[in-house]
Write a new protein. Structure first.
Length: 150
């Protein structure tokens, strides 16, 4: 085969520092557009996004030429800088260190899109902490509770 063909679908989740409610509803659409632009510049695509005032979920089609840690470092750094530049009230904005990243199959795209679109409704019934623990368990990811919320 003379061509490299890749499908790397990743569900990424990360929160604001200490899960503070710092993502204003009026900023979300622009934030996700900004994220999409960063990913496009790296050869990746944002397929869906959702979240609440303290965390985001992204469904990303990762470029075959990019590494997830490098992409996440740029994404969090750039979006943090962008949010801080919006107004003086956001000057102290920070993302929590780390992130969750879970691979999905193409057949799960519609299910995940729907889940991300319903984030605000979902979180009327449960916390981000419970949601993340559920994802960690669902995907069988080993973790040290001591470092999960630091």
């Amino acid at each position: 085969m003379a061509q490299t063909l890749v499908s790397l679908l990743v569900h990424v989740v990360f929160s604001t520092k200490n899960r503070a409610n710092l993502i204003a509803p009026e900023v979300e659409t622009e934030l996700y557009s900004y994220v999409g632009g960063i990913l496009k510049g790296r050869g990746s695509r944002l397929l869906a996004a959702g979240g609440t005032s303290n965390h985001v979920h992204l469904l990303i089609s990762l470029s075959k030429n990019d590494a997830l840690p490098a992409m996440m470092q740029e994404l969090k750094k750039s979006t943090s800088k962008w949010i801080k530049s919006r107004d003086r009230c956001s000057a102290g904005f920070q993302w929590q260190e780390g992130y969750g990243a879970f691979t999905i199959g193409a057949s799960q795209i519609p299910v995940l899109r729907s889940y991300l679109a319903r984030q605000k409704l979902h979180h009327q019934k449960g916390s981000f902490e419970d949601e993340l623990l559920s994802l960690i368990e669902k995907y069988g990811v080993d973790y040290d509770p001591k470092y999960l919320w630091g």
